[in-house]
Design a protein around this ligand. Structure first.
Ligand SMILES: Nc1ncnc2c1ncn2[C@@H]1O[C@H](COP(=O)(O)OP(=O)(O)OP(=O)(O)O)[C@@H](O)[C@H]1O
Length: 344
């Protein structure tokens, strides 16, 4: 999604240099900066453990930073958490709905918590059931809902009191592709029609690319790059070239390959990592035979080669210095170590 909307209004979310350390010396946030303009969808994109949920917890007043400042809808999250809570809707990773109650009952209860009653409550609940395609299932207990229906109900619950800013923490994790697409459509509509500001966190490059007008790529507790999906992709000149080697190369092979490839005309940003080599080429199709000839010259066998338009995955690789999937695996490993060491 791209937008030319500009605003002179104050940012809907503004966080500056947030630091958060957990017991066991786990640095969850290491100078996190986030600015979200009103009426836009902003994506915090990063692998497991990058610090997305911790950022959301601080912005939604559920956790306090060790240092740094943050305002949401113009209210300071630490000085006026009550004002922030009234202005926001939160859809957490784990559903907040009561599984034994019906969809309608869940929405009614949530509405009452925010002071809605009588005809205004009934009207708002009906409106949300309708817009999230839950009207037919409204009288059924939530435990019988599909994953997609539960997620839609979660979003509806977050919207009952017409918040200014909606936080969606990994809105489509665990959904099947069809339910994910339906949720994407819904989020897109919400932002477009209701002028709501949405801050979403996601693991999925495709999700951020599709939904967010601006994206911040988060790695190790801070933003490594921020911009529109197109501007981020546009920063990557030419084509992304990926090659898989027949065998992994060691340190000496890596140095040799790098120095050989960097010198080739129109080839930039060469990264050699085990069996994988990636590079940027002004013209991928033209560079490929030159690259393959260079590999042959230095006696390194190539098993597979692809040329593609740069994706956000390539942006991640460029700015975080590692592949998205590797960062994820890394974080899982760190988490295992932290858990083994009793850090959580
Ligand atoms: N309560 C806690 N106690 C100790 N460490 C924590 C706690 N919560 C988070 N962490 C650690 O802080 C870091 C950031 O975690 P956070 O949940 O913010 O990341 P994330 O990007 O949201 O990841 P995920 O996508 O898995 O939710 C991780 O290393 C995580 O293990």
């Amino acid at each position: 999604m791209s937008s030319t909307r500009t605003s002179t209004r104050a940012p809907a979310v503004e966080a500056h240099q947030l630091i958060k350390t957990y017991p066991g010396d786990v640095t969850a946030l290491n100078g996190m900066d986030v600015t979200v303009e009103p009426g836009t969808v902003f994506g915090l994109l990063g692998p497991n453990g990058a610090g997305k949920s911790t950022t959301v917890k601080i912005l939604t007043t559920l956790a306090r930073p060790d240092s740094g400042t943050a305002t949401v809808a113009g209210h300071d999250v630490m000085r006026h958490p009550d004002r922030v809570r009234r202005a926001i809707g939160v859809v957490a990773q784990n559903s907040g709905a009561d599984p034994t109650a019906t969809g309608r009952e869940n929405l009614q209860l949530q509405g009452r918590l925010y002071g809605l009653k009588g005809a205004a409550l009934t009207e708002r609940v009906d409106e949300l059931l309708d817009r999230f395609s839950l009207a037919d299932a409204a009288g059924r207990p939530v435990k019988g809902y599909s994953g997609g229906m539960r997620r839609r109900l979660d979003v509806a619950l977050g919207l009952v009191h017409r918040p200014e800013v909606l936080f969606l923490d990994e809105p489509t994790t665990g959904l099947d592709p069809e339910a994910r697409t339906a949720m994407w459509d819904e989020i897109g509509r919400l932002a477009g029609e209701e002028g709501l500001t949405i801050l979403l966190t996601t693991h999925y490059l495709e999700e951020a690319d599709r939904l967010a007008e601006r994206i911040a790529i988060v790695d190790r507790g801070r933003v490594v790059v921020e911009g529109t999906p197109d501007s981020l992709k546009g920063e990557l000149r030419g084509d992304a070239v990926h090659l898989e080697l027949r065998e992994a190369v060691g340190d000496a092979g890596r140095t040799l390959l790098r120095s050989t490839l960097v010198g080739l005309p129109g080839v930039h940003e060469v990264l050699v990592d085990g069996r994988r080599v990636s590079a940027r080429a002004d013209d991928g199709a033209a560079a490929m035979p030159v690259l393959l000839a260079a590999f042959e010259r230095v006696g390194v066998g190539v098993a597979a080669a692809t040329v593609a338009r740069p994706s956000l995955d390539d942006v991640y690789l460029r700015y975080a210095g590692r592949r998205y999937s590797e960062a994820d695996a890394d974080s899982a490993e760190q988490l295992a170590v932290a858990v083994a060491g009793g850090a959580r």
